[in-house]
Design a protein around this ligand. Structure first.
Ligand SMILES: NC(=O)c1ccc[n+]([C@@H]2O[C@H](COP(=O)([O-])OP(=O)(O)OC[C@H]3O[C@@H](n4cnc5c(N)ncnc54)[C@H](OP(=O)(O)O)[C@@H]3O)[C@@H](O)[C@H]2O)c1
Length: 400
């Protein structure tokens, strides 16, 4: 038994004298129990043929997982959930940022002291990327944008930056895992330029880093999402919601924290996810209109839709595209009427039949209805407790 325990890296179960004396003072408190009551944590980050990383502790935020992850794009929506999950298992997270010092402030508290390391960088300066990656053993790329600006094209953000990271990781030599976050629906034949660029990025990365893992999430739902928040905001402001293309396009929304879990699970496996592509969709397929119904139900507003045919939606979004590089000032960020996203809506975006999914990572994604959309209660006009659905009115006490 002792031999097995030693092999598994378990600590001795005999409490130290200090713990023994604390136990005699506070016999009912379990705060001082420590390692003997928790299975010893083992990071399983490993590349094929290489041993596991040095790790220590019980697996919480004060442990050492051995992972030093450079998370490019950590300041975004998925970034906050991923950084939190990495940090809570004792990983050091390098957070490259390009904006203000505030852009990473919310991430600082997610890890133990000194574990979240913001690093100013410039995505067009190779040396600054090398400086971020220098001490890392894992690179995760979340950089992406669903609209173009005067400064950055779809191709530069979604393809060139990803390719550059893969090349620098190659040169580095010590990057054990490279994870690229792409998009469900990314394909060279997609009607969307962004999705085409994402597909080209997948190809470029697998060329540079054949052992990279590609995650292709569907549209992500969560507190800071850019679909339900945008819809709820619009519906409250204008008392209707435009349904582009009639709202019949099928999507498979996924909870953002599940996507973060998928990335962390892939990192912790024994290398089985290396060189593989995962399609991460939620458990249910919705048409755009069905998802809008879910949103309306949650914000307690009566649904009013205006069905906008695709050619009209494209015409509404066209002026920004035409003027983007012609006027000497930045144009507003497109929300509902984003030409490239409208183009993407011309086809259904659901997980393909024989793709690797959450199931292959041993995960069960959350249903959208429930906790993932609870944040929408902040849009209720009578306050968070305004109105109720039948299911919410039944209190557990009324059960027989
Ligand atoms: N949101 C979704 O529903 C969804 C669905 C499927 C796939 N994805 C993909 O998943 C990844 C993460 O998504 P997200 O929703 O977290 O995106 P996000 O909130 O827009 O964040 C994107 C990140 O990329 C960075 N970035 C954007 N343009 C950049 C540029 N020109 N130079 C350097 N950095 C730049 C942003 O940095 P700043 O903070 O400095 O702008 C931010 O950290 C993206 O690749 C996205 O395409 C998203």
């Amino acid at each position: 038994m002792q031999a097995i325990s030693r092999r598994l890296g378990h600590q001795s179960v005999r409490p130290s004298p200090a713990i023994a004396s604390l136990k005699s003072i506070f016999p009912h408190s379990d705060h001082y129990y420590g390692a003997e009551h928790h299975p010893r944590y083992g990071s399983t980050l490993a590349t094929k043929g290489v041993g596991h990383l040095v790790r220590k502790g019980t697996g919480g935020r004060s442990s050492v997982s051995g992972i030093v992850a450079a998370v490019f794009g950590a300041t975004g929506f998925l970034g906050r959930y991923l950084v939190q999950q990495l940090a809570k298992m004792g990983s050091q997270v390098l957070v490259p940022f390009r904006g203000s010092e505030d852009s990473h402030r919310h991430l600082k508290l997610m890890g133990d002291l000194g574990q979240i390391v913001p690093m100013k960088y410039n995505p067009r300066d190779e040396n600054s990327i090398k400086a971020v990656m220098a001490k890392a053993n894992v690179v995760i790329n979340l950089i992406g944008r669903e609209y173009e600006t005067r400064n950055y094209s779809f191709e530069e953000v979604n393809l060139q930056m990803a390719e550059q990271l893969a090349m620098i990781a190659n040169e580095h030599g010590g990057i054990m895992r490279f994870i690229q976050v792409s998009c469900l629906g990314a394909s060279p034949t997609s009607p969307s330029r962004m999705l085409k660029a994402k597909a080209a990025a997948e190809e470029a990365i697998l060329r540079e880093q054949p052992e990279a893992t590609i995650m292709k999430p569907a549209v992500m739902i969560g507190t800071e999402d850019r679909i339900l928040n945008t819809w709820a905001h619009f519906a409250k402001k204008y008392s209707f919601l435009p349904l582009i293309g009639g709202g019949s396009t099928k999507i498979q929304p996924v909870y953002v924290a599940d996507v973060a879990s998928a990335i962390v699970t892939a990192l912790k496996d024994d290398g089985t996810s290396m060189g593989k592509v995962y399609e991460l969709g939620g458990p249910e397929v919705y048409t755009m209109q069905e998802l809008a119904e879910v949103m309306y139900e949650m914000i307690r507003e009566w649904p009013h839709y205006v069905k906008v045919p695709l050619p009209i939606a494209k015409a509404i979004s066209m002026p920004r595209e035409i003027l983007l590089n012609k006027v000497p000032f930045p144009l507003p960020t497109p929300t509902l009427f984003n030409l490239d996203a409208i183009n993407a809506l011309t086809t259904d975006t659901v997980v393909s039949k024989d793709a690797l999914t959450f199931e292959d990572l041993g995960l069960v994604p959350h249903k959208v209805k429930g906790y993932p959309i609870e944040f929408l209660i902040s849009y209720r006009k009578g306050g968070p407790n305004y109105g109720s659905t039948v299911s919410e009115r039944i209190s557990p006490e009324s059960y027989p």
